[in-house]
Structure formats: C-alpha cells, structure tokens
Design a protein around this ligand. Structure first.
Ligand SMILES: [Zn+2]
Length: 273
C-alpha cells in the first residue's frame, strides 16, 4: 500500500494545482501514477473548467469522474479514472459472479498508447523475446511487463515440478502480441500492446463461446481453473480474465494499477528505449 506520506504529497499536489478532487478520484490517480511511473503529468483546468491530465508524450486526457456512468459507457470509452472504478477481487468468493463486475475491462486507450506505443510499429519497438517455460515468446518490455512475465515463468516452472498435471495449460498457448481490435468492437485488444498472454484456449472458456450460459455454470468453470496458476500471475501484476462477468479464462493481462503493493520500475520515455 502507499505510505501516508505519498498520499499526503499527492493530495498536497492536487491542492497546489488548485483542484478539489473527490477522494476516490485522488486515490485512483495515485494508483495510476504508481503503476505507470512518469506517464501522467500535471492536472490542469482548461478555460471551460474541465480537469485534464497531461500525458508524457504530449497528449491530454480529461479527468472525468462520474459515479453514475453506465457499464456500457465505461467499457466503450473509459476515462482515466474509470479504469479503477471496479476493484479487482482477491478471491472467487461469490455464489454467482456479480453482474457486469469486469475489473480491468475499462481500458483507457490513451494511457495504454502513451505507455506502450500508439501504433503497431511503435509497440513492436518495445517487444522483447523472453524464455517462458520451454518456449520463446514476445512480450512488451516497457513498464516492467516482460520482466513480470519472466518471473511468472520461473514460478510456474517450480509449480510444474510438483504438479505436472498443470503443464497442459501451457501447451498450445493462445499467444501474446497481436495488433487487433476486440471482436465486434472498434476498441484495441490488450494483446495489441503486448501486455496480455493467452494460455491453452482449449482449457479456457470464453463467455461468448459457451452455449449453456448460466451464471452458476459459469461460476463452476471459474472455480475449476487452477487457482495456483492464477495466484502466480496475480503476484506479478497480472489480472485474470476469469474474474470478469464477461469471462475469458485463458487470458492474463499485465495491469499493475490493480496491485498497489507491486513496485513498477520507472521506464524510459517512449522512443528513448
Ligand atoms: Zn487474451
């Protein structure tokens, strides 16, 4: 967690910038700044009185914080502060998954483009090849993502020594970097930034593909997925698509803003790496 000193400094900074912020919005901004070091600069008020956050490479994002926005609106066009509107649950302690609880599916494209690249070639410049179990895979080096996945791989290798039956989840994997839109939408998939990995698709259900959609059956599918694998990914800053109402069980995505205890190393300004 953040120390009271850090929180106090950020609150002071916001006061100094002349803004009065909802406490929830301030907390979200603290988490985002810690998870994406250097990416979000000053908060400024424009002539219309709208708060805007400066992004490192020259962009600006409106700091909109509306408690009453609909789920569909937040998915379609999330503001920076919408990203953390839903908390990521630490366990699966629900009888049925709460409707539309999709933590991590509110992705702000401007922030992701800022940190990882705004075009396919720009994202590709940040990709590195790492060893992951017996495979070589491409992943995003910026913002500590590839390093986090490397650590996941090391821990999974140890787990497989005692639980070899779990190896099948890492065979025929679904892939990592793929510059594409989410099926049926105009929004970029997190795979476009090289920060997501799909394990074996034949062992990971996707909500759209399941014919017998019912909430209790869906819960059973989540519970049947090996929790030991999920916990290793989460320990290193990856959210799991199994903790979404619109679930995607094979999908893990590097989203350090949901894990405040994680230490994300500062990465160089894009173009300098
Ligand atoms: Zn995926």
């Amino acid at each position: 967690m953040f120390s009271p000193l850090v929180v106090a400094c950020v609150v002071l900074l916001l006061v100094c910038e002349g803004q009065s912020f909802d406490p929830g919005a301030s907390k979200a901004l603290v988490s985002l700044r810690a998870a994406y070091p250097g990416a979000i600069g000053k908060v400024l008020k424009d002539q219309q009185g709208v708060l805007r956050a400066r992004l490192r490479n020259g962009g600006e994002e409106i700091l909109r914080y509306e408690k009453q926005r609909s789920h569909a609106d937040r998915v379609a066009a999330p503001s920076l502060l919408d990203i953390l509107h839903q908390a990521y649950p630490s366990n699966l302690d629900f009888e049925a998954w709460p409707r539309n609880l999709d933590p991590g599916r509110y992705r702000n494209d401007a922030l992701l483009k800022e940190v990882y690249g705004d075009t396919k070639p720009e994202v590709e410049k940040g990709l590195v090849t790492i060893k992951f179990l017996d495979k070589s895979i491409r992943f995003q080096s910026r913002n500590g993502a590839a390093e986090a996945l490397r650590e996941v791989g090391k821990e999974v290798a140890i787990l497989l020594q005692t639980e070899p039956q779990l190896r099948k989840y890492f065979q025929e994997m679904g892939g990592t970097f793929n510059w594409r839109k989410i099926a049926g939408t105009q929004r970029l998939s997190s795979h476009s930034f090289g920060i997501a990995i799909d394990l074996n698709p034949s062992l990971g259900a996707y909500w759209k593909w399941e014919r017998d959609q019912d909430r209790l059956g869906d819960m059973k599918r989540r519970l049947a997925y090996p929790g030991k694998i999920v916990r290793i990914f989460e320990k290193h800053g990856f959210i799991w698509g199994g903790k979404w109402y619109h679930y995607d069980l094979m999908h893990f995505e590097y989203r350090p803003e949901f894990f405040p205890s994680l230490k994300v190393p500062p990465s160089p300004k894009r173009g300098a790496d």
